[in-house]
Design a protein around this ligand. Structure first.
Ligand code: GLN
Length: 205
């Protein structure tokens, strides 16, 4: 897709977090990638990754940079978004254990709880069956990740841990993951984002 002027451009929200790792995955898939920090940059993309990092910081900076409302408008307008870890928190309609005044962009009809795995389990790996991706299972890295505590009627569970805790959800053009696929060579979520973004691109341009 690189070099094709008509290819959908994918943004990585670059306020804070593991921006570079997502860029690497997207470049590996041949995508046209830009970092998004300003509304003008957001306006040029057909799909977006919100990386992991610290949701409190991403929230604050997005408001300082005047990106909160443009993000909400873009999400409401059908822009495909993949949110990982803090990115899932930013996509959740309701956030528990946030700091005072913490806000999200919203879009996913879910309740998430931050830092929900407890001290010993702050960071761990797990294999997850994700039906929409098929075989092989996803090798998922969790780093102080959120858990999806409840899933509203508009959202769908994409993956759960063996104990039943929900760690991946989807809703139309939105996908939110409690873990970091970009750290384990797992490209399939990004690949799906590119496919959905290509459809969005052809409809909106
Ligand atoms: N604990 C972080 C938060 O609340 C998320 C951690 C991560 O993105 N790896 O935003």
């Amino acid at each position: 897709m690189a070099g094709n002027a008509d290819a959908p451009r994918i943004g990585v929200l670059a306020l804070q977090g593991d921006v570079r790792e997502h860029e690497r995955v997207l470049h590996g898939l041949g995508a046209d990638v830009i970092r998004v920090r300003r509304p003008e940059e957001l306006a040029t993309v057909s799909g977006l990754v919100i990386p992991g990092g610290e949701s409190t910081v991403i929230d604050k900076l997005s408001r300082q940079f005047g990106l909160q409302q443009p993000m909400r408008d873009a999400i409401a307008g059908g822009m495909p978004v993949l949110g990982t870890c803090a990115g899932l928190i930013m996509l959740a309609d309701c956030v528990r254990d946030g700091i005072n005044g913490q806000q999200s962009f919203g879009g996913l009809d879910v309740v998430v709880r931050r830092n929900a795995f407890g001290r010993q389990l702050e960071s761990f790996e797990a294999e997850l069956d994700v039906a929409v991706l098929g075989a092989p299972p996803v090798r998922a890295t969790f780093i102080r990740g959120p858990v999806v505590e409840s899933v509203g009627t508009s959202a769908t569970v994409l993956a759960s841990l063996p104990d039943g805790r929900v760690v991946a959800v989807g809703q139309g053009h939105l996908v939110g993951l409690s873990f970091h696929p970009e750290l384990t060579g797992e490209y399939r979520f990004h690949e799906r984002l590119l496919r959905v973004a290509a459809v969005h691109h052809s409809v909106t341009r």
